[in-house]
Design a protein around this ligand. Structure first.
Ligand code: NAD
Length: 370
């Protein structure tokens, strides 16, 4: 039995409540399938600040780097609004992403049939939706230098952000997108603004070359990012995998997210480079939502995004596709049964709390595991 090391970071607000539901699932997988998951827990965000005066301690950072996968719930809350900038809760998240060199952000937008009516689009446009947005996470205009506001000494100021990409950054994100497409419907749409940006033209060229050299079995198309935004709300089911840069990915993944109905349902993954010796990638999985301080401690948070993040972890970090599918089917099953937490409540459904929702998924998952 191989040991699989998971490092859990419950964080703040509703984080500990939704993590508790995930732990039940992991333990069941160990009992039923001898999965050999070893769980360690650490502190991040406000919880780490309260204990150590930093957003993540060096010791917890080392444990994150040593783990096969990190699963983080959420950080932040009004309690830490006035702490110094470099130890604010989000700094823990940023350090994890930076030190683990997580350059690929995966945001699936999956619309469960039972929730199709909660989308802002017509149900027939989103029912069965399964799009994966692959966003470059560590380069581009959010990090490029110079990045400053300068005084022009004529009564004017000038703000500068720099959009910059090197060949290797585009090559590696394109490779991730093509590899993922091969496990899905084998189609990638690359989005940029080659009509007005040199970096867009370059992005387009590098993605096309990587495709030609290594992934010509995958169907590649290109779309201008603004047209992509329109198409995502006009006919989102046309896409399989979308690959795009940091800025456009930030916006397009939020657009795609809202097609699915609720923040409490959305998982994500961030992956690093493959270690040539082991073939493993550093990886962190987290729900898209925040720490929801407005409902923390009440036992009413939706644990499904957290559980769906673990399904991604099973698939991408441990190649446990059957178990990932069983877990996703369990989530879908409890929604079909009409169970809903407050955030996704609909007429004719039964409102449940965090642990009842977690237990229902656990029961459905256990049944599917056999
Ligand atoms: P939020 O995602 O925490 O909450 C937005 C709304 O959605 C709230 O009404 C909340 O109750 C609801 N909600 C979110 N997740 C839910 C769930 N699982 N179940 C039921 N309802 C849910 O965003 P916010 O209110 O803008 O931010 C709150 C705090 O979280 C801030 O400190 C913010 O900085 C932080 N934040 C952290 C992350 C992260 O850890 N990755 C992401 C976004 C925001």
């Amino acid at each position: 039995m191989s040991q699989r090391k998971l490092f859990l970071l419950p964080g703040d607000g509703i984080g500990p409540e939704i993590t508790a539901e995930l732990v039940k699932i992991i333990k069941r997988l160990n009992d039923r399938k001898n999965a050999g998951f070893e769980i360690e827990e650490g502190l991040v965000g406000g919880a780490a600040y309260d204990a150590h005066g930093v957003a993540i301690s060096d010791d917890d950072m080392a444990r994150a780097l040593a783990a096969d996968a990190v699963i983080l719930a959420a950080v932040g809350g009004p309690k830490w609004d006035s702490v110094p900038y470099d130890v604010r809760p989000e700094a823990g998240l940023l350090r994890l992403r930076k030190d683990m060199q997580l350059f690929a952000n995966l945001r699936p937008a999956i619309c469960y049939s039972a929730l199709a009516a909660s989308s802002s689009l017509k149900p027939e446009l989103v029912e069965g939706l399964d799009v994966l947005i692959v966003r470059e996470l560590t380069g581009g205009v959010y990090f490029g230098e110079p990045k400053e506001i300068i005084d022009l000494e004529n009564g004017q100021q000038r703000a500068i952000d720099t959009q910059v990409y090197d060949t290797y950054e585009i090559e590696r994100i394109a490779a991730v997108a093509f590899e993922l497409a091969r496990t899905r419907d084998n189609r990638v749409c690359s989005m940029e603004k080659r009509n007005v940006m040199k970096s867009g033209l370059f992005w387009n060229q590098v993605v096309s070359r990587v495709h030609e050299e290594k992934f010509s079995d995958v169907t590649l198309s290109h779309m201008l990012a603004d047209a992509g935004g329109m198409q995502l709300v006009r006919a989102p089911k046309q896409f399989d995998v979308i690959v795009t840069d940091n800025l456009f990915g930030d916006i397009l993944s939020d657009v795609a997210a809202m097609l699915t109905g609720s923040l409490g349902m959305l998982p994500s993954a961030s992956l690093g480079a493959e270690d040539p010796a082991t073939g493993k990638r550093k990886a962190m999985y987290e729900p898209v939502h925040g720490s929801a301080p407005d409902i923390a401690g009440q036992g009413i948070a939706n644990p499904l995004a957290m559980i769906a993040s673990f399904a991604m972890c099973l698939r991408y970090s441990f190649n446990m596709t059957a178990e990932a599918e069983a877990l996703e089917a369990a989530i879908s099953g409890v929604l079909e049964q009409g169970l809903r937490t407050g955030d996704i409540m609909a007429e004719g459904c039964r409102k449940v709390g965090t642990s009842e929702m977690g237990d229902a998924v656990l029961a459905a998952f256990t049944e599917k595991l056999g």
